[in-house]
Ligand binder design. Sequence first.
Ligand code: FES
Length: 431
Amino acid sequence: MIAEKVRAMAAKHHVLAEKEFSVVELDKGYSNRYLRIDLTSKEITIHPVSQQMKDLWVGGKGFDLWLMFKEINPSTKWDSSENPICFSSGPLGGTTSFPGSGKTLLTSISPLTNIPIDSNVGGYFGPYLKFSGFDALVVTGKCEEESVIVIDAVNGSIRIESAPEEDVDSHVIAEDLTFMYADDTTDMRNVAVVSSGSAAKHCRIGLLNFSFWDWRRGVARLKQAGRGGIGMIFMDKNLKAIVAKNKDITPAWRVEESKVEHLVRPKAINEQTSPQAMIAIDNIIHKWKDDKEYVIEMMQDIQDEFKFISKTAIERISHYTKRSKAYLYHIATFYKAFSLEEKGQISIQVCMGTTCHVKGASRILERMEQLLGIKSGETTIDKRYSLDAVACLGACSIAPVIKIDDQVIGNVQVKDIGNLLKQEDVEPDFD
Ligand code: FES
């Protein structure tokens, strides 16, 4: 029945504008380009995202604001329905494996208050946009006829299509367009639809609805976003929906492995299988009388001894103290002093707390990385040095602060770092 209805609707579509594109692989969560669609001129254009943009406008919200500021000019009318709506997804927006993650951020100019507004929402549109190879999307202008935008990453086509028959009710249009653009029933989970819903006509708090296909229930489920009337602007553009069609990306309630799973799968936790290591671990635990009140002290000793807390250590502490493994993992991952991966013999910490930040901590970290040849969070290949950016080291009055093993050093200047490390005999060969 629905198939018949959808076929009839699809037959009324005609393509108003089209652009071919190729999907690009993500690099550290970025595709390094964004998409701009002007509904007035029917221009569909793809633009690069620069490193500077990523540095200055971190994440989805930053991208939205950056795009919004680019679009605003002296002739912008603050209450115009031609104003842009910017959608984006930060680097983590490429993750669909946890419910509630993979957010889409959106920004526009509120027709209620005439100021920029932003909102965020689940529903997988952001990740699907991201996996189509776009960090962000700007939709601007106004179409003269009722239309939908289709971003089809499977066939490499972005289209503005007329859509005269579709219902504007978000539940209905989400379902209809999911049927229309999915290849088959399984593929329906790869289609996300954004629409404003009929309420936007009557209510100035018009929302935008983001759908994803709930294959267990066989319905399109909606997430709402868009405080400040973004739905009104969307509808006033004569835009009934935006459809993102992707492939091989299955959300959290998947039944098979998705292609993004490796991006979020936790790293294997190191084990220690040698009898000597196990005896040493047991001795430390017994030193503290197997007392569950001293698990942090046990972990400190184990970290000092081995430079990491292994799965084996967690299991043995749990065995003797009867503390749950979950509780122990929580401690091991909460405190910066503990590490599940082997750290270097010499630990260097650069404080990035608020006070240190305003006193130039990022330049100090950059110089450290340069001198040691590793990034923050890494250990040199020879396991001699580890470098970590940490929050407040509790010595704000002498910011910016670094810590080398147990020694806290304040008032650090970039120009002094080479000498400082030499004095500490951390790195003999900086010149
Ligand atoms: S912010 Fe760096 S020591 Fe407090």
